[in-house]
Structure formats: structure tokens, C-alpha cells
Design a protein around this ligand. Structure first.
Ligand SMILES: Cc1cc2nc3c(=O)[nH]c(=O)nc-3n(C[C@H](O)[C@H](O)[C@H](O)COP(=O)(O)OP(=O)(O)OC[C@H]3O[C@@H](n4cnc5c(N)ncnc54)[C@H](O)[C@@H]3O)c2cc1C
Length: 414
């Protein structure tokens, strides 16, 4: 299948790479151009908050990249990578994208894979000594500051906040985590598990300030010296990690009449709503999962770029061909893992839509002894969390969640 115009993919990270691979798998032998504003070929982000932080910051960036880079399969060896280039605008009617150097590129198909960037504390607060973590360059900058005895304040007790807290503590830092909610990871895993995670980290010396907000930063010159909390406490800080969530990179799509309210709204085939030949994949895509009657959602987990790229590429090729997309409902089973010190959390299904969590094996205290927690919505099993469980058990738990969820209305959506 070939067209004079290329398929253009915006975002040269996991979703961009997987989309390119799936286009080739689906039979597209025309040109593929992947445009990415980072200077690197696609790499894996999860190690950046975990094992990569044990690398020396002095290592050359190429060596850092080698440790996390995705393998480029032969099928994508002829992809044109335009790295260090930002797409600043798209015209979905004229079928063009415009780059930051003024160049305009035409396309027969467009894949939106532009992902997320970290949400930040106010820009007019002191800037030196503040870091966020999304990219390889961010990780190297963070690592440079993680020296023994350094006072690190982490704002946000989500997955990235907790993972970095554990990594920083192992490097000998004094770590305090500030979070406005009652427990770490509470949105995804609930209060009971979140509290157990907090207790686990406290045993290694990490301090928590739960139910507290950050109202300002103290400084010496431009350099951060402390974090001011809403109860009047000031935490001394040499380094502040802002781990307060992420924002979809969608500004380049403005002006096309799209719903960009939270990522880019897609239909059930990953086609950007109402736009033939335009699809989205990865963290930036907001789409309905036939498994959940809760409307379109974005997912920010590692399994998502692969799941969505497969369907997005298939839809894109059908659109280019003038054929209808596959009618098989799109119903991927979400999953994620998180490594925090000696804790390995592995989840299948959607724990965040549950209304109850029950420990069915092991116990939450001490958490590193291991446990299995089932998440239910009404009487239905919707997710399972495995804490320090052997990988050989994963398949059976995954299958149970998969099968159990499909029984909700007695219908298999696949
Ligand atoms: C530190 C960290 C740790 C994580 N750990 C885990 C984990 O343990 N388990 C788990 O399940 N998930 C984890 N995740 C989540 C997982 O890595 C993401 O879901 C995945 O990387 C998303 O990939 P993506 O390609 O959709 O988006 P992104 O990785 O955000 O990639 C989008 C790319 O597009 C580029 N871009 C944006 N706008 C433009 C533009 N206009 N022009 C050109 N390029 C553009 C961006 O710079 C970026 O390179 C982690 C994420 C991070 C950041």
C-alpha cells in the first residue's frame, strides 16, 4: 500500500515508534516521517524514575540513552526520523503540518503521538533547584542533584513521586514527600493500600506530609531553599521535584475544531473525532474502551502506547484505503507496574473505577511481605493489584480480571 504523500507521526517516543511498526505490519510501504522535539531516538521512560537513577550523572548522555533505548526493528529501518524538531501547527483540512523551522510537510495520514509534559508549580517562583521528570534529559538533571545528604522535597505522591522518593533515599538523600490527598497513590489504588505504601517508605526514612498543599518556595537568591506548606510549615530543601501530574501536548492541533479538553478526543477506533486519516495513540489519546461504560478516558501507562498504536495504525490504513475500520470493539485490558525500592506493584484491570478493595492473600503490613488485593465495583471484579508476587502468577490473575469483567453485561466486547 503506497501513497505519494507520507504518513506523518508527531512524537518520536514509544507511541510514535509503535505506530510506525504497526503501519509496516499492516502493509504500509510508503514513506513514514516521525517528528520528535527531543534530540533522542525513542527510549523507555519507566527506568528514568527507578534503575536509571543509579547511573552516574557524569556518564555521557549517549551511554544513558543506550541503557534505555528501544530496539529499532528492521521493519522501521527506513523511517525518516526528524529529531529535535517541534511541530507547531497542523491544518487537518489542507493535510499539512508546520515545523518550528517554518518547513511544511504534507501527509496522507497523520498520527498524533505527542504525549504529555509535566505539570509545573508556578513559573514565577524561584527556579533554580526545581526539577520535573519526563525525559532522559530531566532524569540526568535530577540525578545530578541526588547526592548523599541532599534535602529533597518531592511534591506529589503519585507513582513518579513515590518511585523517585525510593530511588533518592537509596542514594542517601533526605527525602520528604508532600501530598494534598490523604495517602500516596490514593486515586489509583485507594486509601488502604496507599497508607500501606506510605508506611513502607517511612520505614526506610522517607517522611511524608499528607493532606498538605504547597503555597510557595523559600529561596536564597534564585535558588530554592525551602518549600512552604499551607499549614505554615517550611521544609528546608536543596532540590524540589515537581511530580504533580502531566499535561497533554495538544497545542499544535489548535484551530482545527477538535475537542482538546483532555488530550485529543478519539472515537472507538482511535480516529480523531470526525477526521478521516487522523489518529492518535499513547498518553495523549482520549478514547472509549469498550470494556468500560465510563466514556472516553486517557491512560498514562506503559501498555497503552502499544495497545493504541495497533488499533490507530489499522484505522489509519483503512482510512487511506477508503475502507471502513475494523468493527471489532477496542477493549484493551489496562495494566501497569511500579517499582519502589523493594516493592513491585503490578496491576491488571482498572483499579481506579472500583468502589472496594479487599486483601485476598498476604497482608498490607509489612507490605513488602507481599499481598494480592482485589478491586470490585459492586459485585464485579474490575482489577487486581499484586504486591511482590512472583511473575509466574501474573497470567492467572490477569485472566481472571479479563474474564470477570467481561461478565458484567454478559457480553464479550472482542
Ligand atoms: C518517569 C516515568 C516513569 C514511568 N514509569 C512507568 C511504570 O513504571 N509503569 C508504567 O506502566 N508506566 C510508566 N510510565 C508511563 C509510560 O512511560 C508512558 O505511558 C509512555 O511513555 C507514554 O508514551 P507516549 O509515546 O504516549 O508519550 P510520551 O512518552 O510523552 O512521548 C511523546 C513525545 O512527543 C514529543 N512531542 C510532544 N509535542 C511535540 C510536538 N509538537 N512536536 C514534536 N514532538 C512532540 C515529546 O517530547 C515526547 O518525546 C512512566 C512515565 C514516566 C515519565
Amino acid at each position: 500500500m503506497r501513497s505519494a504523500e507520507p504518513v506523518v507521526i508527531v512524537g518520536a517516543a514509544m507511541a510514535g515508534l509503535r505506530t510506525a511498526e504497526q503501519l509496516r505490519t499492516g502493509g504500509w510501504d510508503g514513506p513514514i516521517i516521525v517528528i520528535g522535539d527531543e534530540p533522542h531516538l525513542p527510549y523507555n521512560r519507566p527506568p528514568l524514575s527507578k534503575e536509571a537513577l543509579s547511573l552516574s550523572a557524569e556518564r555521557p548522555i549517549g551511554e544513558w540513552h543506550d541503557t534505555v533505548a528501544f530496539r529499532l526493528r528492521p521493519s522501521v529501518s527506513d523511517v525518516h526520523w526528524r529529531l529535535g524538531r517541534t511541530v507547531v501547527a497542523a491544518d487537518l483540512t489542507a493535510r499539512t503540518v508546520k515545523l518550528d523551522d517554518g518547513e511544511a510537510l504534507g501527509w496522507s495520514g497523520l498520527a498524533v503521538a505527542s504525549g504529555l509534559r509535566p505539570r509545573r508549580l508556578p513559573a514565577d517562583w524561584p527556579t533554580q533547584g526545581r526539577v520535573a521528570l519526563r525525559t532522559l534529559d530531566d532524569a540526568i538533571a535530577l540525578r545530578a542533584g541526588l547526592r548523599p545528604g541532599v534535602r529533597v522535597v518531592i511534591v506529589g505522591a503519585g507513582f513518579i513521586g513515590c518511585e523517585v522518593a525510593a530511588s533518592a533515599r537509596r542514594l542517601g538523600c533526605e527525602v520528604t514527600v508532600v501530598e494534598p490527598l490523604d495517602a500516596p497513590l490514593v486515586r489509583g489504588l485507594g486509601n488502604e493500600v496507599g497508607t500501606a505504601v506510605r508506611r513502607y517508605h517511612e520505614r526506610s526514612g522517607i517522611r511524608f506530609r499528607m493532606g498538605r498543599g504547597v503555597v510557595g518556595l523559600a529561596s536564597e537568591g534564585e535558588r530554592v531553599a525551602g518549600v512552604r506548606l499551607d499549614d505554615g510549615e517550611e521544609l528546608p530543601a536543596d532540590l524540589v521535584l515537581e511530580a504533580i501530574g502531566a499535561v497533554p501536548n495538544v497545542e499544535w492541533l489548535e484551530g482545527n475544531g477538535l475537542d482538546l479538553g483532555d488530550g485529543v478526543l478519539c472515537d472507538a477506533s482511535l480516529r480523531v473525532e470526525g477526521r478521516s486519516g487522523v489518529v492518535a495513540a499513547g498518553d495523549v489519546a482520549r478514547y472509549p474502551n469498550a470494556r468500560y461504560a465510563i466514556g472516553a478516558q486517557r491512560i498514562e501507562h506503559w501498555s497503552n502506547p502499544t495497545d493504541t498504536a495497533k488499533r490507530a495504525a489499522s484505522t489509519l490504513l483503512a482510512d487511506i484505503d477508503g475502507a471502513p475500520p475494523t468493527s471489532t470493539p477496542f477493549a484493551p485490558l489496562p495494566s501497569f507496574w511500579s517499582d519502589q525500592g523493594d516493592l513491585r506493584l503490578q496491576s491488571f484491570g482498572s483499579t481506579c473505577i472500583a468502589d472496594a478493595a479487599t486483601v485476598v492473600d498476604g497482608r498490607l503490613d509489612p507490605l513488602d511481605d507481599g499481598a494480592v488485593v482485589e478491586y470490585t465495583l459492586g459485585s464485579e471484579l474490575v482489577g487486581v493489584l499484586l504486591i511482590n508476587q512472583p511473575p509466574k502468577t501474573f497470567r492467572a490473575h490477569r485472566a481472571r480480571v479479563d474474564a470477570a469483567y467481561l461478565s458484567i453485561d454478559g457480553r464479550n466486547p472482542r
